[in-house]
Every structure is written in C-alpha cells, then in structure tokens.
Design a protein around this ligand. Structure first.
Ligand code: T1G
Length: 678
C-alpha cells in the first residue's frame, strides 16, 4: 500500500499521506506528494486539491532519521514548490501537529484549514537547525517578521487559533469534520486567483522596523545563549525582508547546511532520539499489562512532597497527601494552592484548571487514608531508618498490589524494599527540586522490582510530563553519582590554588547555568550546618561562622549586590588560603583548561563506570539525565555524546595527565577507537 494515495471528490482531488507514526516526510512521502500534485495538474477535471494526513497528525516534519544520509528522491522544497506553483487552489487540511517540514508543506499550499486542537510550528531550532524548505521565507511573507521570529528562532508550536490570528491558518473547521470541511473550503476557492505565501508582503514589518531583530535577540539572550541555530533563524527571517524570495531561499539554505554540518545539530538530534529511547526499558515487553493508577498517595507535604503531588494533580490524578501535623499539612497545601494561583496568573493555566487540580487533593493526617491508593510516594526525611519505618507502615496499610515508591536521592532502594513484604512493588522515583517544574525523573529499579511495576511507572512518568530514565541501585543513582567527582575536583582545585570564581566561570562558559560555588550560594551554604559559630572544623563551618550563608544573606562564596550580581570576596579568598595552609596544600596557578578537564572528564569516567556496572541502560540515558536534571548544555548532547565528540582517547589522556582514575570501559573504548553512543 503506497504511503500516499489520492481520492476524487467530484472536482476535488484529495492527496492523503498515511505514514505512521507521525507522517514524517520521508522519501516515499515526498515522491507521493509530487505524484499527487502532478496528477491534479494533468487532469483538467480536477479544479482544486486538498492535502491531508491519516493517523494522529499532519506531517510532523522531515524524517530526522534520513539526516546525514544522501538525499534520495525529490527534496521537500522541490515537492512543495510544485504545490505553490499550481494554478488550481491547494488546501492543507491540518490536524495534530504540523511541524517543521509539515508546516512548510502547509505554507506552500495556497490555503490552510485546521481543527481547533491542531498546532503548527517550526521546531527545527530544537534540533540545532532552521527550517530548510523555505519556511523562513514564506512565513514572514505570510504572517510578518515579528510573528515569524519566535516560531523560527525559539521553535515552540502555536495553536490553530493563534495561527489564524497571524494569518497562518485561514479557517478553523470542525474537530471531527476536517476532511469534508477542507473539501468544501477548497471548492469555494475555485476560480479565484491563488494566493502564494512566497509573494506575500507581510514581511514589510521587518523592513520598516529593522530594530525588531536585535530587540528579539536581546530579549531571548539568556534562552539562546550558546546555541547557534536561533541566531541563524533570526538572520534568515531578517533576510526575508532584505532579499528577493529566491535569494532568501538561497540564504536559508546556506545557513541550514552550515548548521546541519555542525556538532550542535548532531548533538541535538542525538538528544531527540535519546529522550525517546530513555522511555524504553530493555528486556521488558512493551505490551506488558500495566497496573491501573487511578489514585496516588504522597507522604510529606513539604517542598518535595507538595511538588510531587502537583505533578499528578495537574495530570488529573487524585492525590491524598499525608503529613504528621496539621500545621505542616496546612502549610504544604497552602503552598500548592499559591503555586497554582501564580501559574494561572502568569497565564500558563486557567484559574479553573488550577481549581480543578486542587479539587483533586485530599489532605490527611492519617496513613489509613492511603489504603486504597494504587501508588504511594514518600518524600520524608532522607534517612534510612525513617524511610524503612515509613515503608513498613505503608506495607501494612496500603492495599495489596499497590506500588510503593521512595523519592530518595541517594539511599539504597533495595534496603528500603526489605522493610516490606512486597519488594517487587517497590522502586525509587527520584524527583528533582522543584519537583513540579523539573522535567527529570530517575526511576530506580530495585533488584526485585517487578517488570510491570517499572513499566507502569515509566508510562505514568510521561503522563505527568516527566522525562524518566531508569537507574540501578547505587549511591547517587546516575545524576548525583556523576555530580560527586565534579564537586570533589572543584573543592580540591580551590585548595590547590585555583580561583573559585574561575571554577564557576569554566562551567558557565561551557554552557551550564552556573558553577558549583554559585550553586552553593543559591542553595544556602548553611543547609545542614550545626549552627555553632564557635565550632569550626571545616571551611564550610568557617564560612557559616562568618555569616556567609549564601545569596539569601547577600554573601556566601561571593558578595552580592541588590541585583544579585556576584563579586569574588577577599574574605573568602583568605579563608580558602588559610584552610589550604592548614591542610598543607602546596599552592600553584591552575589554568582554566586544567579546571575544565578536571571538572568534566571525571564525570565521563563515572558515566563509564555506571554503564559497565549496568546502572544505566545506555549511554544516551546518562545524557538525558544530565541535560534535564543538571543543565548540561543541550547543544553538546550530554556528557557521553560530548565525550564522543571530544574523542575518548583525549578524555583518557586528560585523566591520566591529572593523575585521575580511568574506568576499564573508557580505557577499552578509547583504545579501540569506539564511542559511547555507537
Ligand atoms: N522524524 C522521524 N521520526 C520521528 C519524527 C521525525 N520528524 N518525529 C517523531 N518521530 C518518531 C519518534 O522518534 C518516535 O519514534 C515516534 O515518532 C513518536 O514520536 C525540512 C529539516 C510529532 C510532537 O522536530 O516533536 O522538518 O520512539 O514519541 O510524544 O525544514 O514526535 O516510537 O520509535 O515524540 O506524540 C522537524 C519532531 C523535523 C518534530 C509527537 N519536526 N517530533 O510527539 O510522539 S526537521 C520536528 C515531535 C524538519 C524541515 C526540517 C514529536 C511529535 P519511536 P514521539 P509524541
């Protein structure tokens, strides 16, 4: 059965693509579109054309799996230019997500109709690219440069309604009558001159007000820092106002090819598939029946417990949240309500949605109210004794077959499971703070965790909007385990003479949101401090005793001004020198290159050990963890992909140069000229 077929409806020819799962525009689809248009053009009885897709969505873009391979068949641009060149009206019938090349197909059609739930976008920038089939030239001419800029340079999709408001969609049709409504709409256009986006003049707005490009670039500076594609996208949209259409297409192509050949796009395409691979669990049949989860319990209404609960409430899953004391329970539920109200105030949800979410919450002071939950997640104090006591209690109260999960960030999930008679129903669900915001969720698989339990929680993770990766049981799982050697080296280097602000700057320049000492100041240096200013046994004690508790008091490792701008502190420099002398550390200049290698290479080494111990399913899962949980710059692909691009031999040489350990897998792969990501 060909992936593209045609259907006659009297004088209308409907071209239909059926290429699951997302109608990606692979070679056969492009060929089918060309054949369909040629059939329409060569048949005088055809007066108009509709292009639509079967399945869950209109074309969701070029087929990313074809990238990097020799192009076969007609290019997408060739295929869609034939549509626009038609003298007979061509109408795109859009449902699902018309993304990337799919949106470009729609732009090359003369008209676009969409169902209310449809979305349209040009997310190429999220793959380190820009649109490569004239999207950066047609969209500004149709909708204006100002409307095109965020779509091209940031890449978020817009609703059908928003698309209609900027002229990208001509008509919103019935949710369940797209095909018929599109045919009727096409028939109405017969005999009219066909409008072509490439001939549009809406891009004049960028010509009349060229300041919009730099203004947009400055407004997005933080978001696009370090990424190449967004600036290329801005340049391409700008070109749409400065060059003829054909020159603009040529300029787009030049920018596109440069990005396609670059490491950033390879890294971001790697991440695209890595994120989806992380949701797959090797060795478990994806058709394994799932355990129905219709009610969730959360123990602890503090910052973590409240955030965890919000994930489920926002996904429409009722939650019973339990605290020991009324005051803590009321405080926790109050914070949740306030968070929802703030989100609604920012327009990220309606007040009604916020109220609905809160209506699904049942606060309680008794574990007994958890008895009928299908999943209970504890977010209590990070102490093994406390956790085991909680799980023992839960085991005796919660119904048979319910899943018991720990939010522990470090502790041994097997030992926690041993406190119950149902270890096969126990696993770790390590959320990252703030739990209702951070996308990453580490699912910690105990040695006895049953397959259906793990698969159920993996599917549930996607439902609550998380990106989950499976970890084995080891200290720190995947993320924190790799953070540990980086922190060790950071602390060691400042004792050896490295400037602590340069340690932070190296990670900032690499693309992290901040470095370790900035992180300490933000989190609070005094967390876990014994509060006795006379008891000074560590440098941390000394900092706290000096009132340097972090950003919240205006000084920690850095001094902060009202705008929270940081300045290195002479007092801290002196403290470090004093403690280094106490430890008998010889002082020397430490270059930024050495700092870079000693911070990042040991992380790769730890990742190799995680893989050789089977604590992660695949190297790309480690990339997913670090990009989503710790701010590793997406445009490098994550620690393991980045190591591949540096060359594992260079990583080994660097580790050896600094006298740091080299894992066996890393050493073997380097010697064999292999990579982690294959
Ligand atoms: N190419 C190839 N495979 C794709 C794909 C694509 N464009 N999009 C999705 N898949 C696969 C995905 O790997 C997964 O496979 C399955 O489909 C379901 O995806 C010329 C150059 C459409 C919103 O960037 O955003 O066009 O794991 O799990 O959550 O200018 O997929 O099942 O084996 O994500 O419902 C631009 C990327 C390309 C859109 C659906 N387009 N896709 O989300 O399902 S570049 C994109 C998505 C381009 C042009 C340029 C999402 C989705 P498997 P899924 P979902």
């Amino acid at each position: 059965m060909p992936v593209v077929t045609t259907e006659r409806h009297d004088d209308i020819l409907v071209i239909i693509s059926d290429n699951p799962p997302v109608n990606a525009l692979r070679q056969a689809v492009r060929e089918g579109l060309v054949a369909g248009i040629d059939e329409a053009m060569s048949d005088d009885s055809v007066q108009a054309v509709v292009i639509r897709c079967d399945g869950r969505t209109f074309f969701a873009g070029a087929d990313i799996t074809e990238f990097g391979k020799a192009m076969k068949g007609p290019s997408l641009l060739e295929a869609i230019d034939r549509m626009e060149a038609s003298e007979k009206p061509v109408v795109a019938a859009i449902h699902g997500t018309a993304l990337g090349g799919g949106c470009e197909v729609a732009l090359a059609c003369h008209y676009r109709v969409a169902v209310p739930s449809a979305k349209l976008g040009l997310p190429e920038v999220k793959l380190g690219l820009i649109p490569g089939a004239a999207g950066t030239q047609r969209l500004p001419r149709l909708a204006g440069a100002e409307a095109a800029l965020p779509m091209v340079a940031i890449g978020n999709p817009i609703s059908a309604q928003k698309a209609q408001s900027i002229g990208l969609v001509d008509k919103i049709v019935g949710e369940d009558s797209l095909a018929a409504d599109a045919i009727a709409f096409a028939r109405e256009q017969i005999g009219k001159p066909v409008p072509r986006a490439s001939e549009g003049t809406a891009n004049e707005d960028g010509v009349k007000n060229p300041a919009i490009f730099d203004e947009f670039r400055q407004k997005m500076a933080r978001k696009i820092r370090g990424f190449d594609a967004p600036n290329a996208g801005i340049e391409a949209v700008k070109a749409a106002g400065e060059l003829s259409y054909q020159e603009g297409v040529a300029r787009e192509r030049e920018l596109f090819l440069k990005l396609m050949a670059g490491t950033q796009s390879a890294a971001m395409r790697h991440y695209f598939f890595a994120e989806r691979a992380a949701g797959k669990i090797d060795g478990i049949d994806p058709a394994t029946p799932l355990i129905p989860i219709s009610k969730v319990g959360v123990i602890g209404a503090g910052t973590m417990g409240g955030g965890i609960a919000m994930n489920f409430l926002s996904a429409g899953v009722p939650v019973t949240i339990v605290e020991m004391k009324r005051e803590a329970l009321d405080r926790g539920t109050g914070v949740m309500r306030k968070n929802y109200e703030n989100t609604a105030r920012r327009g990220r949800m309606t007040m009604e949605q916020a109220q609905t979410a809160m209506s699904l919450l049942t606060p309680s002071l008794s574990y007994d109210d958890l008895a009928d939950c299908d999943l209970v997640i504890e977010a209590v104090f990070e102490d093994m004794g406390v956790k085991k006591e909680v799980f023992g209690k839960l085991d005796s109260i919660v119904k048979k077959g319910a899943i018991l999960a720990s939010n522990t960030s470090y502790l041994d999930v097997n030992e926690i499971a041993s406190a119950t008679k149902r270890p096969e129903y126990v696993l770790g669900m390590h959320f990252f703070s703030p739990a209702n915001i951070m996308k990453l969720l580490e699912l910690v698989r105990g040695e006895k965790t049953a397959d259906d339990v793990l698969l159920t929680v993996m599917k549930l993770s996607k439902k609550i909007g998380k990106i989950a990766a499976v970890s084995g049981v080891c200290p720190g799982f995947i993320g924190n385990r790799m953070l540990s050697p980086r922190q060790q080296q950071a602390n060691a280097m400042i004792m050896e003479g490295a400037n602590y602000w340069e340690v932070d700057d190296v990670l900032l320049e690499f693309g992290f949101p901040m470095g370790p000492f900035q992180m300490s100041d933000l989190a609070g240096i005094d967390i876990g401090w014994h509060r006795d200013p006379d008891k000074i046994e560590t440098m941390r004690d000394a900092l706290c005793a000096a009132g340097r508790w972090g950003q919240k008091v205006g000084k920690g490792f850095y001094d902060y001004d009202e705008a929270r701008q940081r300045t290195p502190s002479d007092e801290v420099k002196a403290l470090i020198a004093e403690w280094a002398a106490k430890e008998g550390k010889e002082q020397r200049e430490i270059s930024k290159d050495e700092i870079h290698e000693r911070l990042l290479y040991p992380m790769v080494n730890e990742g190799a050990m995680i893989l050789e111990e089977g604590m992660a399913q695949r190297a790309s899962d480690i990339d997913v963890v670090w990009i989503n949980g710790y701010g590793w710059p997406l445009y490098t692909g994550g620690p393991m992909f980045w190591a591949d691009t540096i060359g594992l031999d260079a990583i080994v040489a660097g580790l050896e140069k600094h006298g740091l350990p080299v894992a066996e897998m890393l050493s073997k792969k380097a010697a064999a000229g292999e990579t982690f990501n294959g």
